[in-house]
Design a protein around this ligand. Structure first.
Ligand code: ADP
Length: 264
C-alpha cells in the first residue's frame, strides 16, 4: 500500500488539516503486469502464424509453386494460418470491446431449455456420426435474463471444444438444472481431459493445456476467456472439472428469473 500524505494550509499558510491517500499499489501493479503480459502474448501469438506463413511463401517463391503436389499443400497451410489469425484478431477485438464495456448486453427473458435445445440442434446437423450428443434436459421452462447472441457464443465455444477434443465414439452430455435458485448448465465430454494443475487456467487468455494440439485444431486460446467474460457479465460463474484420460466438464451458472414478473 502506498500512502500519500499532504497538508492543507489556510490563507495565512497555517496548517489546517491533513490528507492521506492510501492506494493499493499491489493491485495496480498486478493490472499493469497483466497488461504487459497480454501485449507480449498477443505479439507472440501473431508472430507464430506469420513466421510459418513466411517460410511457406518463401518456399513457394523459390520454386515450390511449380510442383503440382506440393504447391496446393503449402497454400493450404497459409490459408489455415490466415484463417486462424483472423479468428484470433476477431476474438481479441471482442475481448477488448468487453473490457471497455463499450457494448451493452441486449438481455431478454429467455427459456434457457428451449434456447439450449436450439443450440444443440445446430451442432447436431454438423457433427460427425462418430460423436453422440446426449441431452439430459428437464421438461420445464427455466427462465434466465440473457443476451442471446452472447450466450450463444458461450455455448458455441464450450461445445466446439467438447467436439474438438472428443475422439471417435465419444459422447457429449448436456445438462441444465435448477440449483440453489440458479441455473446450472454443463457440457461433458469423454476426451483426453485436462491435467489437474491446469484446469483452472484454461479460462485465462491464451492459456492452452496442450499447445501443439490446440494450434493443430485451429484454436486461438481465447474461446474460454471470452466465455468467462460473458458469463460473468451475466452475474454467473464458469469453471471446469476434468480427469485426465476420462474427460472434461465445463459448468456455468446463471441467475434464474421468476416465471411471472411481479405485478403481471
Ligand atoms: P483453444 O482455442 O485452444 O481451444 P480455449 O480458450 O477454448 O482455446 O481453451 C483453452 C484450452 O483449454 C485449450 O487449448 C485446451 O488445452 C483446453 N480445453 C478446453 N476445452 C477442453 C476440452 N473439452 N477437453 C480438453 N481440453 C480442453
Amino acid at each position: 500500500i502506498r500512502a500519500n500524505f499532504s497538508t492543507i494550509a489556510d490563507e495565512d499558510n497555517d496548517i489546517s488539516g491533513f490528507i492521506t491517500v492510501l492506494s493499493d499499489v499491489t493491485e495496480q501493479e498486478k493490472i499493469e503486469r497483466e497488461r504487459r503480459e497480454f501485449v507480449s502474448n498477443v505479439s507472440h501469438e501473431l508472430r507464430t502464424p506469420l513466421t510459418t506463413m513466411r517460410s511457406y511463401i518463401e518456399a513457394l517463391t523459390e520454386g515450390a509453386w511449380e510442383d503440382k503436389d506440393i504447391a496446393p499443400k503449402f497454400l493450404d497451410v497459409t490459408q489455415n494460418e490466415t484463417d486462424r489469425m483472423i479468428r484470433m484478431v476477431n476474438d481479441l477485438l471482442q475481448l477488448s470491446r468487453m473490457d471497455n464495456q463499450s457494448e451493452a448486453l441486449q438481455q431478454e427473458r429467455t427459456d434457457f431449455i428451449h434456447f439450449f435445445h436450439q443450440v444443440i440442434d445446430r451442432f447436431e446437423m454438423n457433427v460427425s456420426d462418430q460423436i453422440t450428443l446426449q441431452r439430459e434436459l428437464p421438461n420445464e421452462k427455466l427462465y434466465v435474463w440473457i443476451d442471446q447472441d452472447k450466450m450463444n457464443q458461450v455455448l458455441d465455444n464450450v461445445i466446439s471444444n467438447a467436439i474438438k477434443y472428443s475422439s471417435e465414439g465419444g459422447t457429449i452430455r448436456f445438462k441444465a438444472e435448477k440449483q440453489k435458485g440458479q441455473l446450472l448448465v454443463s457440457v461433458s465430454d469423454e476426451g483426453p481431459g485436462i491435467p489437474y494443475d491446469k484446469v483452472d487456467k484454461v479460462f485465462d487468455r491464451f492459456y492452452r493445456a496442450d499447445n501443439a494440439r490446440s494450434r493443430k485444431l485451429g484454436g486461438t486460446g481465447l474461446g474460454l476467456a471470452i466465455a468467462k467474460e460473458i458469463v460473468e457479465s451475466h452475474h454467473g460463474s464458469i469453471w471446469a472439472k476434468s480427469k485426465e484420460g476420462k474427460g472434461t466438464t465445463v459448468l456455468f451458472t446463471l441467475p434464474l428469473v421468476n416465471k411471472k414478473r411481479r405485478g403481471k
